[in-house]
Design a protein around this ligand. Structure first.
Ligand SMILES: *Cc1c(COP(=O)(O)O)cnc(C)c1O
Length: 425
């Protein structure tokens, strides 16, 4: 048994901030993060011997719960055949076929090793294909940490953005226009200003990186028709929502077909995988067929393919998503009812196996509204729940996830913990 504080001190000496991805450091909620030793099904165990019910699910991939026996067996078998070849394999064809079959908007797909790589490459492809430089993204949507996407809105609505990270030269983001999520009028105005210059719009079709924000009716449809009439590539970043909100992601639920889609998280089953794909005509611009360069030493890695394929297979079980959605709704409704009993201003929302919790009376529609939530109440709730063995995302700006292993007993334990914590807020 090793104390988290000792481990965190040790980590901080050799890893900046002690973590390899910033949100893990618990900066927005305070305190020392637990160090995780193992996980099984819906639960995590830390190095101090505490057990938690997990609603982070490795930030999305763990839709089957942790250490699913079929996924682990597939990984073990693939590893025994060799870890990486840097040459074509059958598993890559099977993965590409599985994705193309599930997402009707994709004729072809290129496999990479992370969501960041997928979105960065999709944007380069959209620019190369259209011969245009400008792109539109929305405030509060996260598309990985590549330079041209680390940008916040400029001073005016139609001015191009400013870097949101040090180390990104302003020139690198001068082509990125940042607009408000769900603000179709702003997108129309941008096209009126730059009718033939916009290479692509990239959007989370249901935003999960500013907590949980749905597209308002007409928003995705409006983006689709503006992109079609201006020769602009519409990119749905479904790294989080693809296979999480339903078998065909948000494009399946909304009926809106993007030109390109980015995927990651669930399709790797817990191993590092990303993908981007779309119309064959656009995909033909990628090297070695076309002039847009993109590559990766470990792309299509055989062990990662095995984990992803085993995961995708299990998602096809009849009724899988109905059951997942039902459990998630039950959780969210239970939490809302518990908050109501204690007079805490709170609401929640979910789709498929993804949900958001808000310490405010109304569900937010954009980043400004999410930011108006009671951050202090969230912090107290987060730590209260952690103390009761419930591990939620350590930030009020992240969605949380339910897996196929979150059974009624797990949900009831969570809701009664919340009941006690709401009573103290
Ligand atoms: C997680 C995420 C990414 C980045 O993926 P990484 O694998 O962390 O690089 C990109 N887009 C969305 C919508 C995400 O949720």
């Amino acid at each position: 048994m090793t104390q988290h504080s000792d481990l965190f001190d040790r980590a901080c000496k050799v890893i900046p901030g002690g973590v390899n991805s910033p949100v893990r450091a618990f900066r927005s909620v305070g305190g020392t993060p637990p160090f995780i030793e193992r996980a099984l099904g819906p639960r995590l165990w830390d190095t101090e011997g505490h057990c938690y019910i997990d609603y982070v699910g490795s930030w999305g991939p763990a839709i089957l719960g942790h250490a699913d026996p079929d996924v682990v067996a597939a990984v073990q078998a693939a590893a025994a055949r060799g870890l990486s070849f840097g040459a074509p394999t059958v598993a890559e064809i099977e993965m590409a076929e599985a994705l193309v079959e599930r997402f009707p908007s994709m004729d072809q797909v290129r496999l990479v090793s992370s969501g960041t790589e997928a979105t960065m490459s999709a944007i380069r492809l959209a620019r190369g294909y259209t011969g245009r430089d400008r792109i539109i993204k929305f405030d509060g949507c996260y598309h990985g940490h590549s330079d041209s996407l680390l940008v916040k809105s400029g001073s005016g609505m139609l001015t191009f953005g400013n870097p949101s990270s040090a180390g990104v030269p302003p020139e690198f983001v001068q082509h990125t226009l940042v607009l408000g999520y769900n603000d179709l009028a702003a997108v129309e105005a941008a096209f009126a200003h730059h009718p033939e210059d916009i290479a692509c719009i990239i959007v989370e079709p249901l935003a999960g990186n500013m907590n949980f924000v749905r597209p308002v009716p007409g928003f995705l449809e409006g983006l689709r028709s503006l992109c079609s009439s201006h020769g602009t590539v519409l990119i749905f970043d479904e790294v989080m929502t693809g296979l999480r909100v339903g078998p065909q992601g948000m494009q399946g639920l909304s009926g809106v077909r993007p030109d390109l889609t980015t995927l990651a998280k669930i399709i790797g089953g817990g191993m590092p995988v990303g993908a981007f794909g779309g119309h064959a005509a656009i995909m033909a611009s990628i090297a070695p067929l076309g002039p847009v360069y993109q590559a990766g030493t470990l792309s299509g890695n055989p062990v990662a393919m095995a984990a992803g394929l085993a995961t995708l297979r299990k998602l096809q079980q009849p009724g899988f998503y109905e059951a997942l959605q039902g459990q998630t709704q039950k959780l969210v409704q239970g939490l809302e009812a518990a908050a109501r009993r204690h007079g805490v201003p709170f609401c929640a929302d979910s789709e498929g196996g993804m949900f958001g919790l808000f310490f405010q009376a109304e569900r937010p529609r954009n980043l400004a509204e999410v930011s108006a939530g009671d951050a202090e109440a969230f912090k107290r709730f987060f730590h209260g729940m952690l103390g009761h063995g419930i591990y939620l995302a350590p930030s009020a700006f992240e969605a949380s996830f339910v897996s196929a292993c979150h059974d009624d007993e797990v949900l009831d334990t969570t809701i009664s913990a919340a009941e006690q914590v709401f009573a103290t807020l």
